[in-house]
Design a protein around this ligand. Structure first.
Ligand code: NAD
Ligand code: UPG
Length: 438
């Protein structure tokens, strides 16, 4: 059993804390937001993540997990995971590192010889080296390492308990070896399950994370660029993705064309990576990511244009139903949500937009208070002249086009995620269109 602290209990940290307790460790989770700590302490997740409430309840029941707003409660832990946010700086591409700095600073007075501070947040390469100096200055016997996290929202619990790989970035020498041994203790059950573990230097570990997200973003923008070609030439991007995806070297995963990527990770991570490359004097190495970002943002513009086309050129006062607000299904996260940015654009241009989502309405309302929301699909669809499916929640994918036809004014649907059965919708008398699909 290892005594662990987790600093920052948001989408990443809350899941990490609960999973570490589940693996048998004694865990204290620290966050600055009082309400969030109260909810977590009651076994309630402050955000929607399948499986998390059950895990919290079971871990709290063992007495091995607690949450607090008091950073001093992290004293006594020998492994401290830093899981705070690294959002995009306002008006810039670079990451805002103030939370990471504050989190590490809050640990400095508590550190004892042998303690390991483990960065999990996604940071620009070079951040860990800077923080390591601060840790070393405060407690020469303590060490800072990087252990990036690859979990996906919506699958965060399974991804944390059964990751594809563990990556440790440690300094050379005895302190680095000590940290590896500590992390191996923390992840003993995961390693025993056969999860590969890669040990490298600190710079590489930080880069692995942003490189992985850049690759995923590039794969999505590649297929969306193909969707533009398909649309211009009368081809079908889903057919194309299926066919190229059958080549093992390419693979079908992350080739779903549509509205593109959003969320609290891919968009800000590729931008921060470009900013860091500029600081390092190698901005040319990542100019392709500018294009990846531009292709991605064009999807949203295209969706708005398509809606206008479908409505005969004018959206002023036209009733549009939007299904989906979160950046992807199985999440209530609306950070940089493509669905909401399209909805807001349509509303700004004068359309009468109503948005629904199974989990994300509260978050969406906070972010876009001027948008109109409805709690259920029926109220959203009633009287609509155009239906937009912008997040592929299973309940939207499985809608019966015959059943819902009676609710709308006009049977027109735009499939922003290439997730509907086009034939079925057309057979029910709907005009069906999707980005890059016949
Ligand atoms: N969300 C994901 O799926 C995911 C996956 C892998 C990596 N990451 C990375 O992990 C980091 C966290 O992301 P997130 O999505 O969990 O963000 P988040 O905003 O949901 O959570 C961050 C939490 O840190 C808390 N916090 C801020 N300053 C603090 C401090 N000084 N002390 C204690 N708590 C503090 C905030 O109140 C918040 O609850 C980011 O760097 C992100 O890129 C996220
Ligand atoms: O073929 C695809 C796959 C995904 N998406 C979109 O891409 C975005 C991101 O999806 P996903 O990667 O599943 O969600 P995240 O939870 O943001 O996870 C990413 O970001 C995390 C934070 O860095 C990493 O830990 C994960 O490994 C990485 O997948 C979403 O808007 C999806 O709709 C597509 O448009 N097409």
């Amino acid at each position: 059993m290892v005594k662990i602290s987790v600093i920052g209990c948001g989408y990443l940290g809350a899941v990490h804390a609960a999973c570490m307790a589940e693996l048998g460790h004694e865990v204290v989770g620290v966050d600055v937001v009082e309400h969030q700590v109260e909810l977590l302490s009651e076994g309630r997740a402050p955000f929607f993540e399948p499986g998390l409430p059950e895990l919290l309840t079971s871990a709290l029941g063992t007495g091995r997990l607690r949450f607090t707003t008091d950073p001093a409660q992290a004293a006594g832990a020998t492994v401290h995971f830093v899981c705070v946010g690294t959002p995009q700086r306002k008006g810039e591409m670079a990451a805002d590192l103030t939370y990471v700095d504050a989190a590490v600073d809050s640990l400095l007075p508590l550190l004892a010889p042998g303690d390991v501070v483990v960065g999990k947040s996604t940071v620009p390469v070079g951040t860990a080296e800077r923080l390591a100096q601060r840790v070393h200055g405060a407690q020469p016997g303590a060490v800072l390492v990087w252990n990036p996290e690859f979990l996906r929202e919506g699958k965060a619990v399974a991804d944390t308990l059964h990751p594809d790989r563990l990556v440790y970035g440690v300094p050379d020498g005895e302190q680095g070896q000590h940290a590896v041994a500590r992390l191996d203790e923390v992840y003993a059950a995961t390693i025993a399950d056969g999860t590969p573990r890669l040990v490298g230097d600190v710079a590489s570990a930080q880069l692995v994370k942003v490189a992985a997200n850049s690759f995923l973003a590039t794969k999505i923008s590649f297929i969306n660029a193909m969707a533009e070609l398909c649309e211009a030439s009368g081809a079908d991007v889903t057919f194309l993705a299926d066919a190229i995806g059958m080549d093992d070297r390419i693979g079908r995963r992350f080739l779903n064309a549509g509205l593109g990527f959003g969320g609290g990770c891919l968009p800000k991570d590729i931008r921060a990576f470009m900013a860091r490359a500029g600081e390092l004097g190698v901005d040319q190495a990542l100019t392709f990511l500018r294009e990846v970002d531009a292709i991605n943002m064009r999807r949203r513009v295209r969706m708005v244009d398509l809606a206008r086309e479908e409505l005969g050129g004018s959206i002023q006062g036209r009733r549009i139903a939007v299904l989906g607000a979160s950046f992807k299904p199985d999440s209530d996260d609306v950070r940089d949500s493509p669905a909401l940015s399209v909805s807001a654009q349509l509303a700004l241009q004068g359309a009468d937009v109503v948005v629904t989502d199974p989990e994300a309405i509260a978050n969406a309302q906070r972010k876009w208070p001027d948008l109109r929301f409805a709690a259920d699909v029926e109220d959203t669809l009633r009287g609509a002249e155009l239906v937009l499916v912008l997040t592929e929640w299973p309940e939207y994918v499985s809608l019966d086009p015959v059943e819902v036809a009676g609710l709308v004014r006009d049977r027109r649907v735009l499939d922003g995620r290439n997730c509907l059965d086009a034939e079925k919708w057309r057979a029910a008398g709907w005009t069906y269109r999707a980005l890059g699909r016949r």
